[in-house]
Write a protein of this length. Sequence first.
Length: 549
Amino acid sequence: MSKKILTMILAICMMIPLITSCQGSSGNVSVGINQKQAAQADQLGLAGAMGETIKGEYGGYLGYGYNVVTSAYFNSNDVSSRAEIFDTDLLLEDKRLRKIALSQTDTALYMGETMESYQKDVSTNLGLSFSYGLFSKVKGDFSLSADTNTSGMSKSVFIKNQIKIQKERQFIKYGDLEMDEIKEYVYKSVLKRINADISGKTDEEKQKYYDEEIFDRYGTHVLMDIMLGGRMDLNYVYNNTSKKSMQDIKMELDATYKTFAAKVSGSVSTDISTKSESFAKNSTFKASRVGGSVSPDINTYEKALDTYKDWSQSIQDGISLEFFDVGNNCQDSLLPIWEFADSEEKRTEIILAYQNYVSKAGKFFADLDKSIGKEAMPLYIKNIYIGSNPQSALAKSDVDTQIALKEPDYLKKVIIPIDLNKSAGGDYIYIGYTMTTNPDEAMRDIKIEAFTSGSANKTKSGYSFIDSDLNKNSSRYSASVASYIYLYYSKDKTKGEPIREIGIEVDGVYSFGTVGTGWIPSLRFNSNDKYDLNKGVANSAYIYIWFKR
């Protein structure tokens, strides 16, 4: 039975919310780093392409479980010593632990007028299915508790600005392995606990077992690709009494980051400094750091600013490097714990338990939003961008570059970290988009069209198209199959309400949860059928684009 037929059967039973898996449903599907790159790099001996083999004893965090529900954003302190899932000695023996030296600084910005919109911003940019409750320790970042007085928070905006200094990437090379082969590196005691027969228990007892014996003990996902270095989080609860737009708030945030960056060079303009100080004065501020050698007491804006230069230099000097983030491709960085299930029935059972686990953790944030009594200003998709490259990081960078050139003052951007060319043998392809609060600027419809030739006339009345083949450089098996695939969009108000989100389906697994929540598949013109982005490529994943108005 082919992979595509098998996954169709399994997908019928799997339409439930989950964090985006790094693989398809079939147990025979290879996962992780793109196989074409892995094979080529090993064959040609390109250490730079697949990293330098880690030698000697390994005392890092690869192969450990991480709980994305109860923990803070990725950090060393929230990795439990009892959550060792992979036998790293075996991985070392087979030369599957790799590292790549880095020296670069990156930033990330998450913001929302409610905890729902804030957490959605975080989860979407990480490729995680949204739910209240992910990284629930964030309540400490914003000084939130059950006793928080929310009467004055109706104008609050929750913001996290991350400054990341990357010194080393470590990862497990597993893209050439099938799932059964990956399990050979997992401790037998872990597999036994995950696959324990609990059929005789009640639903409540089953949930308790998975909560305590699986998620609390081992975490929800395994760390397969991580970053070492340091991260400083600047957390704000901004009091928007002057009713500034989210665009204006973002501009002040940009000035705040530039102020920190200027501490390294020792120069900052008066205009930037003034905007930065104004923003800080209108905010409740709390900072935290992972890695580095400066004092952890940076809970005022002034202290964080004063210590930034020494902190960043200590990271650059290689002092106290810590695990602070997952790799560039989140789709391959986290392996869900349910992938170690021995059957689809067990896998489904664990996913359902995980969904309940997230919901319980999210109740605090849902209740907080309810007590504040406000809804976030709706955001709509303004423009879509497609990036492609034989390397994953460069494909995402392609999206970033296009946005920077065409919309330098964008309000918000999202790059969905799911390869639209997964298992098709071509380029890595990612979709990104910018957002607006103005419905007049919003997209109203998205369609997919395919041709038997890339030079075909692609004009469609009332629609524009992005001239980037969504099957680029893939292994097409027939010239008669319409496998040159393009995305079309329309901003015509007669096409429907403004579009708010885009999601991706891979082998029946939805990045956005379930199809029963208002999501619409992108259809072909003159057809009521959704169209596979890997059409015409044998043994590839089924991939579809969805959207929500």
